[in-house]
Design a protein around this ligand. Sequence first.
Ligand SMILES: Cc1ncc(COP(=O)(O)O)c(C=O)c1O
Length: 368
Amino acid sequence: MMNIPMVDLKGQYETLREEIEKGFRETLESTRFILGPNGQALEREIADYCGVKHALGLSSGTDALHLALRAAGIGAGDEVITTSFTFIATAEAIAYVGARPVFVDIDPRTMNLDPALVEAAVTERTRAVLPVHLFGRPADLDPILEVCNRFGLKLIEDCAQAFGAEYRGKKVGTIGDFGCFSFFPSKNLGCYGDGGMVVTNDDDLAEQVRILRNHGSREQYHHSVIGYNSRLDDLQAVVLRVKLRRIDQYNDARRRNAELYLRNLEAADILLPDENAWARHVYHQYTIRTTARDSLKEALSREGIASAVYYPIPLHRQEVFREFRSFHLPETEKAAESVLSLPMYPEMTGEQVGRVCSVLLNALGNAG
Ligand SMILES: Cc1ncc(COP(=O)(O)O)c(C=O)c1O
């Protein structure tokens, strides 16, 4: 049996071992672990890669969202428009600053925040819109940006799943006031622990985050605001610098595998992710939609093939957000019932993609 995982971090490590271990040894020898030379170099390299002025390393993607919201001055009594079809961290960060997430429905085709619904959700308390580039697929930002500009709202992009994705030729994260990245190990650009980053073109916002991540301090032992301990450490920066040099290659390999999935599955009775002419999708996940989700998942599992449901319960249906239980977001609810993410990683071979597809096609044939 050919076991196929969702990701293969071990296989990737084998190919990077020498470079990463060399960097680790140098960092261990230098004992510069926090805000050291690798962290600083990584910030420059990611700013250059994204084509943006500032990049600031943080402890996690969740912190990136949290500090971005705080730096943007969003707080108690404010509302932030976002999607319910995402990982909990997106809305947790809004709650951390005392603001209220206002969930709007998704566009079923992109599974991202439906731009057509944003304006109707704006109230006098709205301060920001927080779209997520879910599964590596860019959200349609221009119409959202237009609403933000008209109502004086901040645009904060959750790019946790979309490092290297592009919207109309620009890297995601650089279109809004802030782009927030996660370097969780399984992300397209992942480290070996927790890590995150914000990018911005705004000097003042960057300075705010720089102070907030370091105990509210610009100068050692001088504290102007209550901040946090939220810095990316240098050992993680070593890993990220090694992988950043290969990120385009990794994302291209994901895109090639997506094309193979498409070629193999396009005749089947399942909904496949498609592409927008204005976006470069980086397939953090390859997520199909099907009414036979649970039986397909089982059929894959019987053959040693992993698959996962991201996300089975939308945020407005979570216990923690019970005040939103009366919300009806039909497209979000339908997506939660029908999505299935298939194995997708740069090291995945064409043969492995073919195997996943043949098991799926067989199962669909049997089901019919
Ligand atoms: C959409 C989204 N937002 C935010 C996060 C939070 O990132 P982290 O796990 O690095 O805190 C994640 C990933 O975990 C995510 O998928």
